[in-house]
Write a protein that binds this ligand. Structure first.
Ligand code: NAP
Length: 261
């Protein structure tokens, strides 16, 4: 008998995939959301075989309004309630705002901001009534620097998580933002970002990131920043002088683009 049902967006790879394994290991049934249906089916079959849980596939492109409505309807279900929501799906744009395509910028906001906001709005009333639930929003340390729409979107995710964490204090509903630094996933390859020059010690492991985040959420933390290196970096970017932070943000983005040429 499962201890509840968890819905994970971006469940096909990277951090989302690591969340599905952690949650299956804890005994949750799963709903796997992403665009690549065959990959989702493979993941579902392998999770069921390894952990003996039920895994359902919900193919959805989070830039598509109708697809999001289907996910929202599932999140509102009272007969089969969702106890954990992991808003994880995401991607990056490897171009300066002035030369990027407006479609890509808009889709970035759809996936990183609009969909998670709507999904939380759909699931939270039920969680409040049941006085139980966990929401983890996969944000980024990039939300504390000035790196285009991606940073601005992650900033939204961190702030809305903090707001809801405060609004729901005194209940047993946990809302927490996970703010990782560079993590080995498909993210940089998909975004055509060449990361060759990044020192080894700056890379995080997705399983470790996810384990830290889950523990932090269960302990009622509003934000988790896995890894000592990012604890230091995030302290500087959160509390350092903004002109310096703006420069750091721009340097990181320009370097990623130069390496990708
Ligand atoms: P990843 O391996 O590329 O995984 C991204 C996931 O998002 C995939 O499952 C992908 O599945 C899904 N996705 C992308 N666009 C989608 C769309 N339009 N609709 C539905 N699903 C979509 O990258 P990752 O690093 O694990 O990224 C997960 C989250 O971590 C993202 O929010 C990212 O911003 C954040 N993050 C990553 C890093 C890092 O260094 N890796 C650092 C900080 C934060 P499909 O292609 O099958 O749709």
């Amino acid at each position: 008998m499962a201890i509840g049902t968890a819905l994970v967006t971006g469940a096909t790879s990277g951090i989302g995939e690591a969340f599905t394994r952690l949650l299956a290991d804890k005994g949750y049934d799963l709903i796997l959301v992403a665009r690549d249906e065959s990959r989702l089916e493979e993941r579902a079959a392998s999770l069921t075989a390894k952990y003996g849980i039920k895994a359902e596939v919900l193919r959805a492109d989070l830039t598509n309004f109708a697809d999001c409505e289907i996910v929202e309807a599932r999140l509102r279900s009272e007969t089969s309630p969702i106890s954990v929501l992991i808003n994880n799906a995401g991607f990056g744009i490897n171009k300066a705002f002035t030369v990027s395509e407006i479609k890509a910028e808009t889709e970035l906001l759809d996936v990183l901001v609009r969909a998670p906001m709507r999904f939380m709005h759909a699931v939270l009333p039920g969680m409040k009534v049941r006085n139980s639930g966990t929401i983890i929003n996969v944000s980024s340390v990039a939300g504390w620097i000035a790196g285009g729409t991606y940073s601005a979107a992650k900033s939204y995710l961190t702030v809305i998580s903090e707001s809801l964490h405060t609004e729901l204090s005194g209940t047993k509903v946990n809302v927490s933002a996970l703010c990782p630094g560079f993590t080995r996933t498909e993210f940089h390859q998909r975004g055509r970002m060449k990361m060759g020059g990044l020192p080894k010690f700056m890379w995080l492991n997705a399983d470790r990131v996810v384990a830290d985040s889950w523990k932090a959420a269960q302990n009622g933390k509003a934000i988790s920043v896995p890894g000592w290196q990012y604890a230091i970096l995030s302290f500087i970017t959160r509390f350092g002088p903004r002109p310096m932070i703006r420069k750091i943000g721009m340097n990181i983005r320009v370097k990623q683009r130069e390496r990708a040429k």
